[in-house]
Design a protein around this ligand. Structure first.
Ligand code: NAP
Length: 301
């Protein structure tokens, strides 16, 4: 039987991946600090996986990224470099890296973004070093396949959400933070919520469960191509907030926009043709449905 090791197993995606791959080994930073070469060597020696799903990353929201650009760059470059290097040296058969659509060029001539556009411009300022760090893993995996004949691949997911995300509002992702904000406002009888920026940026969001489904299909069917993963729908932040208010039965709340705070990248919507070709069964839940489920779970915690 295949020995599957999942790094970042205690995070949002790891939590949902467990429902598809319950027998894989899920590790966190408490098991091995993947920025340390010694630790990565020990991890491969101890667990001898033949498949690695590399979820671990230094991940955070806009403010965290802007305040700690050096840490985001170094920790992600170190982890990714070591994970791919020692996967190859330990003859790991399958390695799946996880990038992010926020690593695409800040501005392109046409949308949705296709995979071949990855290196055609610099990432947006608000996650510049995280973006470059993640791009480096794409270069490393492609180069490893080219030079050493491995069949490693990577996916480029859009923003994710779902229960299991971090509780700290400065670190959790937009939709989960929004749901938490709505929950707090309802609980405390407030009449409004305030969001960063002017509400105009365009986004795709995917429930972490649907992303975990894609990872599972890649492992199960031994898919070796690399592609974007996102829901087809593209909404403005204002539309997302309105959908979320409806899904949480909180349409009475007024939405304020704090324009003194950054918007982040204006748009980064990606094309999912390659994904649909590789996984025709991909049929993610709607944003409304995903928010409703997440809200109910958060409310009942
Ligand atoms: P997450 O919830 O922030 O979890 C991060 C995971 O990485 C945790 O298990 C954490 O372990 C582990 N980790 C961090 N630093 C580590 C270190 N030095 N050594 C070992 N493990 C370390 O992340 P996620 O949201 O599940 O994201 C999974 C992957 O998807 C990441 O590669 C991320 O870049 C990518 N992605 C996420 C999103 C999103 O919206 N969430 C969007 C696009 C791409 P501890 O729990 O012990 O700290």
């Amino acid at each position: 039987m295949s020995k599957i090791l999942v790094t970042g197993g205690s995070g949002l995606v790891g939590k949902w991946l467990k429902t598809f791959l319950p027998n894989a080994l899920y590790l966190s930073s408490k098991d091995f600090d993947l920025t340390s070469q010694e630790s990565v060597i020990q991890m491969y020696q101890k667990h001898t996986p033949d498949t690695v799903v590399h979820l671990a990353a230094r991940v955070g929201g806009i403010v965290d990224n802007m305040q700690n650009p050096y840490d985001f760059f170094e920790e992600n470059v170190m982890m990714n470099t070591l994970l791919v290097k020692y996967a190859r040296m330990n003859n790991v058969k399958k390695f799946l890296g996880v990038l992010s659509t926020c690593i695409y060029p800040d501005i392109m001539d046409s949308y949705p973004l296709k995979e071949h556009c990855l290196h055609k411009g610099e990432p947006t300022k608000t996650n510049f070093s995280y973006g470059y760090a993640k791009r480096v893993m794409a270069v490393q995996i492609d180069a490893c396949n080219e030079q050493y004949g491995t069949n490693y691949n990577y996916v480029i997911p859009c923003n994710l959400y779902g229960d299991g995300d971090k509780n700290d509002p400065s670190k959790s992702h937009f939709v989960t933070a929004l749901i938490t904000k709505i929950h707090e406002a309802v609980k405390n009888n407030q009449q409004e919520i305030t969001l960063f920026g002017d509400g105009s940026p365009l986004r795709q969001f995917l429930h972490a469960e649907d992303f975990a489904f894609v990872i599972n299909e890649i492992i199960k069917k031994n898919i070796t191509s690399s592609f974007n993963v996102a829901a087809e729908e593209v909404y403005s932040i204002k539309q997302i907030a309105e959908i979320a208010l409806k899904a949480c039965d909180a349409s009475h709340l007024k939405i304020n926009f704090d324009k003194s705070k950054p918007n982040g990248q204006h748009r980064k919507d990606v094309c999912i043709n390659k994904l649909k070709k590789a996984i025709p069964d991909f049929n993610p839940k709607s944003l409304y449905q995903g928010v409703k489920e997440t809200y109910n779970n958060i409310k009942n915690e």
